[in-house]
Design a protein around this ligand. Sequence first.
Ligand SMILES: [Zn+2]
Ligand SMILES: [Zn+2]
Length: 394
Amino acid sequence: MTNVIQTLKDQASEFVGIRRDIHRHPEIGFQEFRTSDLVAQSLSEWGYAVTRGLGGTGVVGQLKRGSGTKRLGLRADMDALPIQEATGLPHASCHAGVMHACGHDGHTAMLLGSAKHLAQKGDFNGTLNRIFQPAEEGLGGAKKMMEDGLFEQFPCDAIFAMHNMPGQPQGRLLLRDGPTMASSENITITLTGVGGHGAMPHYCADPVVAGSAIVMGLQSIVARNVPPLQTGIITVGAFQAGDANNVIPQTAILKLSVRSLDRDVRQLLNRRICELVEAHAKSYGVQAQVDILGGFPVLVNTKPETDFARQVACHLIGDEHVVPQIEPLTGSEDFAFMLEQVPGSYLFIGNGDKASGGHGACMVHNPNYDFNDDNIAVGSAYWVLLTERFLTDV
Ligand SMILES: [Zn+2]
Ligand SMILES: [Zn+2]
């Protein structure tokens, strides 16, 4: 264990308190008013120049030291989820139907812990940008901050972020270079036929039959169009049509989640879905409209920045506690937008496994999930060491 972890362990109780306070008062995407007030006030108390309003509730804290020209960006997410908490913990959510079930309270606290330490004792030379973003959960808060000029106002040579990972031993750091998290596309297909009496289908154009053929046909895109060594997922999560036994409905709606780990495969999937739906609809005599509602791009960690992050992780906790190259994940993450513009790396920190008990192994987005407070010291220490090594004199 390095000294920096011990130092941050000694200071951790303050940030465990902040984490639990944020946990008790969760706010969903773009509503992080109390959380962003807390973040902004803390940063300005410690001497950061604070900018608010990017992406609505986003906060950027900037600290410059020395004459160094390098610029580093560290990002945490602040939003909670519309889930009723069931942990029964003393710091459980006091807002009905909203909880921090993805650990963004912990991500915010870890970044704040390192912010205070670096402001008071940090040994670095350059510009440190701390990016606290709203609305990571499906709403694309990262993109909103960028549209509001995040990287024009705060240029960064590299950016880094961290997410907890339940089921992995507490404090283990897991990295990967290359495609690490999937793109995620929401697509809605609206089929319009001719409704009528269920006893007289020959007078109708049935969107339920057309939709059923489309559901099956879509799977052939993954099986027959996506190269076998690539990843493609098409999930039809909703099929909504009709409400009576004897009525052929006028419309059917399919809602899809489409994922891939490659930018070309993402384009291929979108193109083939449009072609297949159009052809199927025509063959069943119904009209089809395909709305690609957008989503998150593939999250690609760049190699030099990930190599750098690995060195920091190994130095901090020892090689035996670092997984240098994990398998990619089919979940998605809006930090991918930032990584499209700036090189960087997104890593994971183990939230605890079954052996360690507690809530650490409980999967994110589950009502029994809780962020593991033992990670606040190690996560903050990682940010401190990464900053001091990135923003050096040379
Ligand atoms: Zn989440
Ligand atoms: Zn999350």
